[in-house]
Design a protein. Structure first.
Length: 418
């Protein structure tokens, strides 16, 4: 098809342009429509940022709720839930906005001796991105300072792969021990790992573990990390053990201006076992909701202990019936399912009606949490322009829409465009 005449505002007289057949424009339009559909299906989540003592979601106050997987270590049992299907089920059935990949590092079957752990982490991260969820990449160890070089190498790889994804959160130290000092050991380790990440990824959220199995957030608030944006600090609790005294520590940290993220919490005792402490769980949920603190429940696993969300033998691919949830799983699902993701929302979940308890802690807040007990020994002791994929940018919806409109206009009125 040829069109003659004055074109480009008559600056080029008598130009002649040959346009492809109508079928070409039809194909272009259909292709663009498909791209639009794909782009919407994998829409990017809002960037997380830190402002004062709050973690903002797309610049607004809010909080996330979801699940922490069990240790990824080979042979420990929890690794079977590191699947795309599990992540998708948590999103669709539990309304989870967050999932945590607790990648074991130095313990038996961990990352340092079995690279399958990294592959499991990749599976969870990619599945979370595909389901428009946030995902925590957790360096799950109690002695991270002994493996700093390995941590830097690992997080450099993660940052290179996921720097363009708002979904990804880096948790660079799970739970330092009570004897591991914040100012002289944990903080220097964290600064070095943060520097390595920030050289690649300038703004995705980084979470730093705190002394005493991530409970002494007040110490961290007295000597915070400076010089980097979007840094938060880890708070862990188990409702049967950690009560008002630990909430008081958390309040001190918030008052001192640092942002907290509960990357792990349990409804039971710090040993990982015992009955559900419903009243204290409610008190903790009220505290987190009031202060807009995000959280991940420990643990999405079927190990026979109180903290597990699933009964023994539950499928590794989701689809769990209510009868396949433990007492802890039933309560945590209800909390997650009804959690308000954006400021101003209200929750109809189990934790919505109680007032925060003022009961003093009956057990010292320094008790070792469940996640410090490996499965084999536990019984004995960002900008909106980021893409939603694992690296690289994507064409925005509006760009696709404009191209689609142009193609359709060309089909219907191609004799008028020149």
């Amino acid at each position: 098809m040829s069109i003659s005449g004055n074109c480009f505002l008559k600056k080029i007289p008598h130009c002649k342009i040959t346009l492809p057949h109508k079928s070409f424009f039809t194909a272009v339009a259909l292709s663009l429509m498909s791209l639009c559909a794909v782009n919407l299906a994998h829409a990017d989540v809002a960037a997380l940022s830190v402002s004062g003592n709050k973690i903002l979601i797309g610049g607004e106050e809010g909080s996330l709720a979801g699940n922490s997987l069990f240790w990824s270590n080979t042979g420990w049992g929890g690794e079977k839930y590191y699947t795309e299907q599990t992540v998708a089920w948590l999103k669709s059935d539990w309304n989870a906005t967050l999932v945590r990949a607790a990648m074991g590092v130095n313990d038996g079957g961990g990352y340092l001796t079995d690279n399958a752990n990294k592959s499991r982490a990749f599976t969870v991260v990619d599945a979370a991105i595909a389901n428009n969820m946030y995902v925590i990449i957790d360096w799950h160890t109690h002695k991270a300072e002994d493996y700093k070089a390995q941590a830097i190498t690992f997080f450099e790889e993660m940052a290179t792969k996921y720097k363009d994804s708002n979904n990804v959160i880096y948790e660079i130290y799970n739970e330092p021990l009570n004897t591991t000092d914040w100012s002289t050991v944990i903080k220097p380790y964290a600064v070095d790992v943060i520097a390595a990440i920030r050289a690649i990824d300038p703004d995705n959220l980084i979470i730093v573990g705190t002394q005493t199995w991530s409970q002494d957030v007040d110490k961290a608030s007295n000597d915070p990390i400076t010089g980097y944006i979007n840094i938060a600090y880890t708070l862990h609790f188990y409702a049967g053990t950690h009560k008002q005294s630990l909430r008081d520590k958390a309040q001190i940290a918030l008052n001192n201006g640092i942002a907290l993220f509960v990357t792990e919490w349990g409804t039971v005792n710090a040993t990982g076992d015992g009955a559900v402490a419903a009243t204290e769980t409610t008190a903790w949920m009220n505290f987190l909701r009031t202060n807009k603190i995000s959280h991940a429940n420990w643990a999405l696993n079927d190990k026979v202990e109180g903290a597990s969300a699933l009964v023994a033998g539950a499928s590794a691919n989701g689809g769990w019936l209510s009868s396949q949830l433990t007492a802890s799983g039933t309560l945590s699902k209800d909390i997650i399912l009804n959690w308000p993701a954006i400021s101003g929302s209200t929750s109809s979940g189990a934790a919505s009606s109680a007032v925060v308890s003022s009961t003093p802690a009956s057990v010292a807040a320094s008790s070792t949490p469940a996640s410090s007990r490996p499965a084999s020994v536990a019984a004995s002791s960002k900008p909106a322009s980021k893409s939603g994929g694992g690296g690289g940018g994507t064409i925005s919806f509006w760009q696709l829409l404009a191209l689609l409109a142009f193609a359709v206009f060309t089909i219907n009125g191609r004799k008028k465009i020149i």
